[in-house]
Design a protein around this ligand. Structure first.
Ligand code: DAH
Length: 373
């Protein structure tokens, strides 16, 4: 069967029949909504979205069967046209049909409205009895902790902390540090170059030059930071690692100041019984140069696994600043002298925490890092 228009036409000759057909047409389409009728409204399991869709569908059904273009509306217009003796009966049947359709639709709308309201409440409700999510406080990375301990010691000795660039020119990374082009000292510090002539610094010694240029002399500073080298990662090497540079330039600075400073440093870091040992070495930017060791914090020099049974652990390189380096930073080596040193932060960190593999410090696996708060 088709829509209402067709039925109006079909029933043209018999007005009562027309009303009956309209009622039947409505009933057929209304059937599927019957379960939402109040009482006995079965909207359980209807989602908010579905309930809203049904609400729109039932509104459409009302318009279709009671609206201006409906069969019932057409029948109403006929009331005045039917013969007078049939008019009362016909009028009554139209009214009844209209009332019945209207009531059915209203019942369904009531059921759906109740479901929509409860579904909205469900959606918007906040269960204040659910336990909260515990905030997991983070903590500093062990390298940062180590760096801060080192900074604290030197700051208390009157040093400034310099934080300088990681991308450098050849001048700061090599030439100004008395490592001219072709010098063999460039080889072990091969780094990563850009095509524009920049490179990732291979040592924090670059900051010696920047600091002297910026501050002039006298100057006392440390420069913790990242450095980069063309290295294949293994348990003791990583292409990116941390150093802290130290520089002290003033009138009358001698090797004794260097030794006293580093001795004080290891006392504060590892305890007052820690001893230092200076071994002759070579660095292009210092003359004389020395490698510095400290007595093992674990065995006190007896020999253990941590110090590889030698009793000593290497701290880093040091020496008296080469006159060429002072000159490169426009400081007169006749007037000023200085000492410098460079220590490995992550290397020291790995020793203290007894890590067998330095790469663990850079993988950032929280299960590992969590152990060092
Ligand atoms: N820059 C050196 C390196 O990376 C370490 C170093 C040695 C720094 C001696 C210094 C120093 O300031 O005096 O191997």
């Amino acid at each position: 069967m088709g829509g209402s228009k067709e039925e109006v036409a079909v029933a043209e000759g018999n007005p009562l029949q027309q009303v009956e057909s309209a009622r039947e047409a409505f009933e057929r389409e209304f059937e599927r909504f019957a379960r939402f009728i109040v009482p006995g409204n079965d909207t359980t399991g209807l989602s908010l979205k579905d309930a809203e869709a049904e609400q729109r569908a039932i509104a459409e059904l009302r318009t279709k069967h009671l609206g201006k273009k409906s069969a019932i509306a057409a029948a109403k217009k006929l009331i005045g046209k039917v013969p007078a003796d049939e008019r009362a009966l016909f009028g009554q049947s139209v009214q009844e049909a209209e009332a019945q359709i209207s009531e059915s639709v209203a019942q369904v709308e009531k059921g759906l409205k109740a479901r929509i309201e409860s579904a909205r409440i469900e959606r918007d409700s906040l269960d204040v009895t659910i336990p909260g999510r515990r905030a997991r406080p983070g903590h500093l990375h062990p390298i940062t902790l180590m760096r801060q301990r080192i900074e604290d010691i030197f700051v208390s000795l009157g040093y400034a902390v310099e934080d300088d660039r990681e991308i450098e020119t050849d001048f700061y990374n090599f030439d100004a540090l008395n490592i001219p082009e072709g010098h063999p000292a460039r080889d072990p510090q091969d780094t990563f170059y850009t095509t524009q002539g920049f490179a990732l610094r291979s040592q924090t010694s670059t900051v010696q030059i920047h600091a002297m240029q910026r501050r002039g002399a006298p100057v006392r500073m440390i420069a913790p930071g990242r450095v980069f080298r063309r290295d294949t990662p293994d348990p003791t090497h990583n292409p990116m690692f941390y150093q802290v540079e130290g520089l002290c330039v003033d009138r009358g600075i001698t090797m004794a100041h260097l030794k006293g400073t580093l001795a004080e440093f290891v006392h504060r870091l590892f305890g007052p019984d820690t001893k230092t040992r200076f071994r002759p070495s070579y660095f292009p930017f210092t003359e004389p140069s020395a490698e510095v060791d400290y007595s093992c914090f674990n065995c006190g020099g007896e020999g253990c696994r941590i110090c590889k049974w030698s009793g000593w652990i290497e701290l880093g390189g040091s020496g008296m600043v080469h006159p060429n380096v002072l000159r490169a930073a426009n400081i007169d080596p006749e007037e000023f002298t200085g000492f410098a040193f460079g220590l490995g932060i992550d290397r020291t960190c790995a020793r203290i925490y007894q890590l067998d593999d330095i790469r663990l410090l850079f993988e950032n696996d929280v299960r590992f890092l969590e152990q060092f708060r």
